[in-house]
Ligand binder design. Structure first.
Ligand code: TRP
Length: 412
């Protein structure tokens, strides 16, 4: 019954009475759909979700506090939304440390470029703020949602761990864990899950996640599992028993419903609300209407793709905002706002001046689609090639080191 729900949780409903057939964007942890070729309207999403924009004032503050320029994902609005980031910066200024939490649902052996985005920014945040990090691998989530055995989901968690380690995290400050393996062994995790479960009703999860009467009960209680790592008391062995270390979660915006609920429940558990940084979605090769799918090999570039595959996929599938003939392109120019290759460059070409040059050149018709794609192919071949090399060097001992519950190195 509605009157059982707290107002805050009621307002969290992501569906908001909106059904997926309407001409509006739809975003939840399982579905992303937009009716526009330009993709999701992220400004509207901020209003709908009730988060805040990462604006210039916040960027200036971040640069002032850290004494270094922000990552280009932040500068270019790829991480566009946040909750309580000001507080995190203020605490950092007062030398009160925080920790980072992010995660990955291991649904496929190979991760794609889109999966890399939260880890790239997390690595930058770890380096910039010199803070510990916990990475949750939700093998249990994939078991519950997909047609996997527990063993298969757990195996994928290990495969993905290699890609995560290859992003360059600090082994002294990073704990990567599989839910199946860690939850039963921690003296804090399951207790926090139960505290959380006691404070959320079936009505509230239904409202927030759209679960129905025929969803299995594992799904219904899963939000407590994704919430628990937001509280340092879930990791007594990692944080030396400290219970109120503040947490910052970098994630894609589709994960926000979990953390909106977490933030609602946290004060009633006597815990701090985690802060958040949200990214946009990395567009599929076919265009920004949807998120990439790990199950469609041609919708994305995988971290395991060869140089040749990268080249073929970009040339063949990357949706072009260019014109159909060279003459027409020279005359009218290309449309960067729908051009997937250009958008990929905004993610992976770090040089601002060169990016601007390409934007001007492409929009005015001086640069052709083929030239734009060529530059992107070179960048991605280098990026993925280097990742592949780092991944190949990771040993079983490296994996054990990152996944062993142990006190992380930080100063308190
Ligand atoms: N549910 C996420 C996924 O399917 C995985 C995840 C768990 C996560 N905890 C997280 C993602 C924290 C971001 C931040 O990929």
């Amino acid at each position: 019954m509605a009157d059982e729900q707290s107002a805050a949780v009621q307002n969290m409903s992501i569906g908001d009475g909106l059904d997926k057939t309407q001409e509006e964007d739809f975003v939840d942890p399982w579905n992303v759909a937009s009716s526009s070729a330009k993709g999701i309207d992220y400004d509207k999403l901020i209003v709908k979700f009730g988060s805040s924009k990462i604006d210039q004032a916040l960027i200036d503050k971040m640069e002032r506090v850290t004494g270094k320029p922000v990552h280009h994902f932040i500068r270019r609005g790829i991480f566009f939304s946040h909750r309580d980031l000001h507080q995190v910066l203020e605490m950092y200024e007062k030398k009160k440390p925080f920790y980072l939490y992010t995660g990955r649902g291991p649904s496929s052996e190979a991760m794609h470029l889109g999966h890399l985005i939260p880890f790239v920014i997390t690595k930058w945040l770890q380096e910039t703020f010199d803070v510990p990090l916990v990475v949750q691998l939700t093998d249990d989530e994939k078991f519950l949602w997909k047609d996997f055995t527990i063993e298969e989901a757990n195996r994928l968690a290990y495969e993905n761990t290699k890609d995560i380690i290859a992003c360059g995290f600090d082994p002294e400050k990073t704990f990567i864990f599989s839910d199946f393996e860690y939850i039963g062994n921690s003296r804090g995790f399951y207790r926090n899950m139960c505290r959380f479960q006691k404070l959320v009703t079936f009505n509230q999860v239904k409202g927030c996640f759209g679960f129905g009467d025929s969803d299995c009960i594992g799904k219904i209680s899963f939000p407590s599992i994704q919430a628990a790592p937001s509280f340092s008391s879930s990791f007594p062995d990692i944080f030396n028993g400290k219970s109120n270390v503040p947490c910052l979660i970098p994630c894609a915006i589709d994960q926000d419903p979990y953390f909106r609920m977490t933030r609602d429940v946290a004060p009633r558990m006597g815990c701090m609300k985690p802060a958040l940084m949200h990214s946009m979605f990395f567009p599929a090769l076919q265009g920004a209407q949807s998120k990439m799918s790990a199950s469609d090999a041609n919708s994305s570039i995988f971290l395991t793709d060869t140089d040749k595959q990268i080249k073929t996929k970009i040339n063949k599938y990357a949706f072009s905002g260019g014109q159909t003939t060279v003459e027409e392109h020279r005359e009218k120019g290309g449309d960067c706002s729908v051009d997937v290759s250009y958008q990929y460059l905004t993610f992976f070409l770090e040089d601002d001046a060169r990016l601007e040059e390409i934007k001007q050149g492409y929009s005015s018709g001086q640069i052709l689609t083929g030239e734009l794609k060529k530059e992107l192919i070179t960048i991605l071949q280098k990026l993925i090639g280097e990742h592949r090399e780092r991944r190949a060097k990771i040993t079983d001992d490296d994996i054990k080191r990152f996944m062993k519950p142990r006190k992380l190195k930080y100063d308190y």
